[in-house]
Design a protein around this ligand. Structure first.
Ligand code: PAF
Length: 332
């Protein structure tokens, strides 16, 4: 096993070391979780599921609240999934805050989140897991086509890792309903197709992105930003809003909208340089994609499907993503 993974296993979360808030069951072993899940079935209670990598914030809590509205019980998984990190990415430093996560869930009140599964890497990946995909063994799930553009360009194996772990968890948790945040819109489309293609008997919901008052979309990775970076990071939501207002005013040419969004990012990049900061803003992509299948749009945006405008921007070393869905029917 490579060095990063050894470290990750040590950091991973034996629940013995954590104080479980009253009313929330915390499981380390899949078999124990399954036993609890079976008891709900026997009791004819429904289960809503929120998959997470921990470092919970209000965005996650809004998914838990949405799940609890529709289901008798809500379970979360907290698992920093190695398979969705490239060897160059932040698996080793990804925030791991289990005690805080459990306390946040408890703050929602008793009877909101019922259970949290915090499995070990070895149990999730019995054949082992290498970050280098050419060395991987075992079973992986790929959702072809839709995984390759946008995020897939910069992170070629990311959705393979996500689809693999989410399908494992859907098998383990067996929820009636599962809840994802629109913030990771491509992930939502990929998982929606996977649920359809693999006939998981689970209804999927896509819930709105939660933002700070400033407009910054909540993300577990926002903790990496310095105060000044956080200020400049507002350019993502600002340029999305600008593109939206052009669209609402009648601009339907995708290229024109992309150029308008890109200009605001480039202007912000210059501001950072002029301020003499020792970090940079770098645009990865601004894109307009079909609201039906995420195919990239260049010319006219067809009125029947709506569109997803999305972007990825490096603010210093932190890669941030954000999107708006315009006239798109999100599953519910
Ligand atoms: O969105 C996330 O936090 C992760 O990609 C997910 C869905 C929990 C899979 O690891």
């Amino acid at each position: 096993m490579d060095k990063t993974l050894e470290g990750v296993n040590m950091m991973m979360t034996s629940t013995d070391r954590f104080k479980c808030p009253p009313g929330i069951k915390v499981f380390n072993k899949i078999a124990d979780f399954r036993q609890w899940r079976r008891s709900l079935l026997l009791d004819k209670k429904t289960l809503g599921y929120v998959p997470t990598m921990g470092a919970l914030h209000q965005g996650h809590l809004s998914l838990v609240a949405a799940a609890r509205k529709r289901c008798d019980h809500v379970a979360l998984t907290v698992f920093v999934n190695p398979a969705q990190f490239a060897p160059t990415e932040d698996l080793g430093t990804y925030p791991r805050t289990l005690q805080k996560d459990l306390d946040l869930l408890a703050s929602l009140g008793q009877g909101v989140a019922s259970a949290v599964l915090v499995p070990q890497v070895e149990e999730m990946y019995p054949a082992g897991i290498e970050l280098d995909v050419t060395k991987q063994k075992g079973t992986f799930v790929e959702v072809l086509g839709i995984s390759n553009q946008l995020e897939g360009t910069t992170r070629p194996n990311f959705f393979r890792g996500v689809a693999t772990v989410v399908s494992k968890f859907l098998n383990i948790v067996q929820p009636e309903e599962v809840f994802f945040g629109q913030k990771d819109i491509q992930q939502c489309f990929v998982i929606r197709d996977m649920i359809r293609d693999l006939h998981f008997p689970t209804k999927m919901h896509i819930c709105p992105t939660v933002r700070e008052e400033s407009g910054l979309a909540l993300s577990s990775r926002n903790v990496y930003l310095t105060p000044s970076q956080k200020e400049h990071a507002l350019v993502l939501s600002r340029s999305l809003k600008h593109m939206e207002s052009l669209y609402r005013a009648g601009t339907r040419d995708a290229t024109t909208l992309v150029q308008a969004g890109t200009k605001l990012i480039q202007d912000e990049r210059k501001k950072v340089q002029e301020d003499g900061e020792d970090w940079e803003i770098k645009l990865d992509y601004v894109s307009i994609n079909s609201g039906k299948d995420l195919s990239e749009l260049k010319g006219d945006i067809p009125s029947e499907d709506g569109c997803v405008i999305s972007m990825a921007v490096y603010v210093g070393d932190t890669r941030l993503i954000d999107n708006l869905c315009l006239d798109v029917e999100l599953a519910d």
